[in-house]
Design a protein around this ligand. Structure first.
Ligand code: ADP
Ligand code: MN
Ligand code: MN
Ligand code: MN
Length: 346
């Protein structure tokens, strides 16, 4: 007996990495992560090596049922190592693992809202040939064939994520036609990031069967059309409840605005961020940090319910749809958890 394992990894394409995958036939029945073998690939074809020393190593880090193939088959997310087993320079997961461990006692968790856009050929799905659809207004959370494009793909993707056991928490149609969102979390930093990468792979793979493509381009249509983001919702145990929870929430918001932090974050929140964070279309300007309650024009929003309850989480609205979740979660844990530790709010 054999089963198929789809080994998935993140490549070295710049400025935005791409997902790659290939299939390994393994004997027996699928076992846990520890039983899945290391594998290799040609790093010279993925911008991860030069041709004369091209081998790179795939080490499984997350495994789940494969909802596309079904049966005993599995999806295996991997990290990329050099042949001496050190993390490859494109391996941002290894950096997150260190930071997560350092601040584990604060129990940070994330929910990430992944926006994306379907394309049919050169045009966003629902855009008429040689022109534009009616201006934005009715599409967000809309219903009906005049407003909604790609729902069968979205539903199939949702089913696939659930069948894979991913912690997907919702979906919605977005502000521009052909644009959608799904949310993953709340989960710990490595968990949310691994699962978001697998959910992205499933999005591309599901859309492939419907002969459309999905893109995480942060500004797929120039002009008066919303960009695509990856709002990153964050909390620690201290922020989620108990005495001083709201003070901890304010400490986290303030820490993201200190010194060089706004720029340290924004420049790592996805290529092309200045095209999206213009100050229009529900964004704050990329070079001005702000936070506020209920404010969709701020960099960081405190949801109204959180202010009312005096506990909960904050939403960093700046990350682009094409952000690397290993990077955004690392930066937020590093900045906010260090400040909370310093303030004794843990
Ligand atoms: P929005 O109103 O911004 O569109 P969504 O409902 O799309 O909000 O997304 C909110 C996200 O916040 C979800 O992914 C949810 O899981 C996450 N979330 C909820 N509570 C917390 C929390 N305490 N810490 C971190 N994330 C949270
Ligand atoms: Mn949302
Ligand atoms: Mn959204
Ligand atoms: Mn949001």
């Amino acid at each position: 007996m054999t089963f198929k394992a789809e080994y998935i990894w993140i490549d070295g394409t710049e400025p935005t990495a791409k997902l790659r995958s290939k299939t390994k036939i393994l004997p027996g029945a699928p076992a846990g992560l520890a039983e899945l073998p290391l594998w290799g690939f040609d790093g010279s074809s993925t911008n991860q090596a030069k041709g004369h020393a091209s081998d790179r190593v795939l080490r499984p880090v997350f495994v789940c049922p494969d909802p596309i193939r079904g049966g005993d088959d599995v999806l295996v997310l991997c990290e990329v190592l050099n042949t001496d087993m050190t993390p490859h320079s494109s391996n941002t997961r290894a950096l997150l693992a260190e930071v997560e461990e350092r601040f584990a006692a604060q129990e940070p968790v994330f929910g990430i809202e992944q926006e994306y856009t379907f394309f049919a050929g050169e045009r966003p799905l629902g855009f008429p040939v040689g022109g534009f659809p009616a201006p934005q207004g009715g599409y967000y959370c809309g219903v009906g064939a005049d407003e909604i494009h790609g729902r069968p793909v979205v539903e199939a993707h949702l089913e696939n994520c659930l069948a894979a056991g991913l912690g997907i928490s919702g979906i919605n149609a977005e502000v521009m036609p052909g644009q959608w969102e799904f949310q993953v979390g709340p989960l710990a930093p490595l968990e949310v990031s691994d699962q978001l990468w697998v959910a992205r792979w499933l999005l591309y793979r599901t859309a492939e069967d419907h002969e459309v493509s999905a893109t995480l381009d942060p500004k797929p249509v120039k002009g008066d059309w919303n960009g695509a983001g990856a709002h990153t919702n964050f909390s620690t145990r201290a922020m989620r409840g108990g005495a001083g929870a709201y003070d901890a929430i304010i400490t986290a918001c303030e820490s993201l605005g200190e010194g060089s932090k706004p720029m340290d974050h924004v420049k790592n929140y996805g290529a092309g961020i200045d095209d999206r964070l213009t100050g229009l279309h529900e964004t704050a300007p990329w070079n001005e940090y702000s936070y506020g309650v209920s404010d969709r024009g701020a960099s960081v929003r405190i949801p109204w319910q959180v202010e009312k309850d005096g506990e909960g989480y904050i939403e960093d609205r700046r990350p682009n749809a094409n952000v690397d979740p290993y990077v955004v979660t690392r930066l937020m844990v590093d900045t906010c958890c260090a400040a909370l530790e310093k303030a004794g709010q843990v």
